[in-house]
Ligand binder design. Structure first.
Ligand SMILES: NC(=O)c1ccc[n+]([C@@H]2O[C@H](COP(=O)([O-])OP(=O)(O)OC[C@H]3O[C@@H](n4cnc5c(N)ncnc54)[C@H](O)[C@@H]3O)[C@@H](O)[C@H]2O)c1
Length: 375
């Protein structure tokens, strides 16, 4: 079987999630090409070596600039903080490597466009890790929408709640610094829900937002003082979709008690859909076509072999988890590379999402509606 040799940059949260996906994918899916976990790249040598040993990366490299030039790497996987995405992705594409990049694609839409241009020019495959498109229940929602089961969509309401910053003594991390993240909760969490909105409903044409930093200073991790928080703790915005629907997007790390609560409610002229990431095997569906007294939301357990990706896993009702979303996206990426076909969501999707994120941020700064450009 053909091999696709992967070089991964970043060894922490997403480095672990992607490594797990490469380790598992060929065990469960029939693939035209298997991933070879060739080179891991990180800055801290002892962390890097421990990571490589634990997950089975064969070689290590301490500079991403050297990694992207290596002859033993076909695919560069970017699992680093947002400020590094553009330079790594552009250099990798120019070196002829396929590129898989974590979300948000970049610091802003200008950077995202540079990434898209570089990938198109080099004719390499490119994908953004919007892994929630690979939840079987989300794909079932998409199928029901495409079949007209909920009719014309009027509302797409998304909340993404976490609470890990409620404690004011939680120390500074790169996610608090606009210079490293571009934004805070917004780019981290609204990036996912904006991508899902584009996937399920369509393009957004205008937004109006508000944001807040609730805790302005936090202790530095090494105990040497405090740092200033420059990235939003929360950003909420309302949106108009091109096709006439209205949307709401709420991202906050101050939702006391909520851990990773991404909930979508989609209301259409013929029905409605509700999804909650913390119960990702389920999809709630309401149909106006159901007979009168029995009408009501039903909960579909999305674990039947007829549901997307599930026949590779377990018998019905034997639920899957969050990490499977990464395995599914890696499967689709490897197939796209092996067969030479397009893979989605690609850098164009990353750019379109980033344009919405940039507009919401600008709106929150300027206190007015912002139109989103057509392309
Ligand atoms: N898809 C998802 O559900 C999801 C979830 C969390 C994070 N993310 C995204 O993944 C990316 C990484 O986030 P994370 O949570 O893994 O962060 P993290 O802080 O856990 O890890 C970041 C890693 O990047 C490394 N790094 C930073 N700059 C580097 C450089 N110049 N060279 C080499 N390594 C460098 C750090 O050393 C660290 O290993 C971010 O873009 C984030 O938004 C996506």
């Amino acid at each position: 079987m053909e091999e696709i040799r992967v070089g991964i940059v970043g060894t922490k949260f997403m480095g672990r999630a992607h490594s797990n996906a490469y380790m598992d994918v060929a065990h469960f899916f029939e693939l035209p090409a298997a991933p070879a976990m060739e080179v891991a790249c990180g800055r801290n040598v002892s962390d890097l070596q421990a990571f490589a040993r634990r997950f089975g990366w064969q070689k290590t490299e301490t500079s991403w600039a050297r990694l992207v030039e290596r002859d033993d790497v076909d695919l560069v996987d970017i699992c680093t903080s947002n400020v590094t995405h553009m330079p790594i992705a552009v250099a990798a594409a120019k070196a002829g490597k396929h590129v898989f990049c974590e979300k948000p694609i970049a610091m802003n839409a200008d950077e995202a466009r540079q990434m898209l241009d570089a990938a198109r020019e080099a004719n390499v495959r490119h994908m953004v890790a919007f892994n929630y498109r690979r939840v079987p229940a989300i794909l079932l929602a998409k199928q029901l929408i495409d079949e007209g089961k909920i009719g014309t969509i009027r509302h797409f309401n998304a909340v993404y709640y976490q609470d890990w910053l409620v404690d004011p003594t939680f120390h500074m991390v790169w996610r608090h610094d606009v210079k490293e993240g571009g934004s805070g909760a917004h780019g981290d969490m609204n990036a996912h829900t904006v991508d899902l909105a584009r996937f399920l409903v369509g393009e957004i044409e205008a937004v109006s937002g508000a944001k807040e930093v609730f805790v302005k200073e936090r202790p530095l991790e090494d105990g040497s003082g405090v740092g200033t928080v420059t990235a939003d703790d929360a950003l909420y915005f309302i949106a108009r979709f091109r096709d006439g629907a209205l949307g709401t997007f709420m991202a906050t790390r101050f939702a006391t008690g909520r851990k990773n609560y991404l909930r979508l409610e989609i209301f259409g002229s013929a029905g409605a859909l509700v999804f909650n990431l913390e119960r990702l095997n389920e999809l709630e569906f309401y149909s106006r076509a159901d007979p009168g007294p029995e009408q009501g939301f039903r909960t579909i357990m999305v674990t039947a072999s007829s549901h997307p990706y599930i026949d590779a896993w377990w018998p019905a009702g034997h639920i899957i988890g969050w990490e499977h979303t990464f395995i599914h996206e890696v499967k689709d990426l490897l197939e796209g590379i092996a067969k030479g076909g397009a893979v989605y969501p690609d850098f164009y999707d990353g750019l379109r999402c980033q344009q919405v994120l940039d507009a919401a941020l600008q709106s929150a700064d300027e206190g007015r509606w912002i139109q989103i450009s057509e392309s």
